[in-house]
Design a protein around this ligand. Sequence first.
Ligand code: SAM
Length: 342
Amino acid sequence: MYIICWRRKKTLFVIFFLPRPKQRKRKTQGCAGSLNLNWNNLRGMDNEKKRSASFSKGLLQSGELYQYVLETNVYPREPELLKELRDMTATHPRAIMATAPDAGQLIAMLLKLTNAKRTIEVGVFTGYSLLLTAFTIPEDGKIVAIDMNREAYEIGLPVIRKAGVENKIEFIESEALPVLDQLLEDIRMKYFKILPGNENGFDFAFIDADKINYWKYHERLMKLVKVGGIVVYDNTLWAGSVAMPEECTPEILREGRERTLEFNKLLAADPLVEISLAPLGDGITIVCTELFIQSLNHFKHVCGGSLFNYCISQGIMKLNKESQRPPFSFKCLVLGFRLLLV
Ligand SMILES: C[S@@+](CC[C@H](N)C(=O)[O-])C[C@H]1O[C@@H](n2cnc3c(N)ncnc32)[C@H](O)[C@@H]1O
């Protein structure tokens, strides 16, 4: 503050100068460029531009780098009909929803590594990940594909038919939760031999739908997918917004960001699964359901030490010496135990 005073005759003049208050640093400083948020690049673009900006699915530091990965590793190995479906989808106003091809490539590898035969898909859209799965599983494999909207599926259906894999797909137009509950009910009935059929549940699941229900899907899938099976969750980095301060996150991403943060936290704290978050596409989290040893620990935890020790002493839990696998009696026990949890 400055003060100037002077006196004229009998009057004292005083003038105060107040400096302008320093502008407070805005909390949002540093938002810009804190992440290569490709969503921003897409807003306002017309469909044609969105299509060409295929890096929009990637979380890498530059579009060129993502393009390099796609052009050198992914596109050359992508089956022709899958490419056709991808191109058809690119003209859809919601093309951004389709599974990223680089994430798809890893999903195909996981399907092969686990010899997956029976799979679940939640969120079909035009069917990119569905066709990819149908191509990868064996001839007698089955996919239960759930989507509450058949319209987009119809777009991809001619390509699926052309590929000759429609017989592997059971498409169910519905909200996913009631279908998963019904599948659980069916499996329970099959355990008790009320219904004939497959008792082992599913080998693999790919979840790519409403984030709000991811944890509910997870709870059900842990019972539906066999021990050692794999579940892949898409969009677990939610366009990179999980690492942004809330105030920097575009409005359109905020709710999904919240849900994804919650889901990622819960998953990371689940002791019954192995997890890996791969930064492919929009981020995919690979979850391996209870490994055998974890089943044991869980069994011990829930049933109490004495029952656990009794089982050990009776040899029920000893591994088969030749195969190093648990004996049949133990498998029955685990099966019964899992049933109790269903
Ligand atoms: C991201 S897209 C799936 C993309 C697909 N995996 C692909 O490769 O193209 C999400 C889909 O989930 C579906 N969906 C959203 N909420 C759902 C729900 N509660 N139950 C079933 N489907 C749902 C939408 O209709 C949409 O088709």
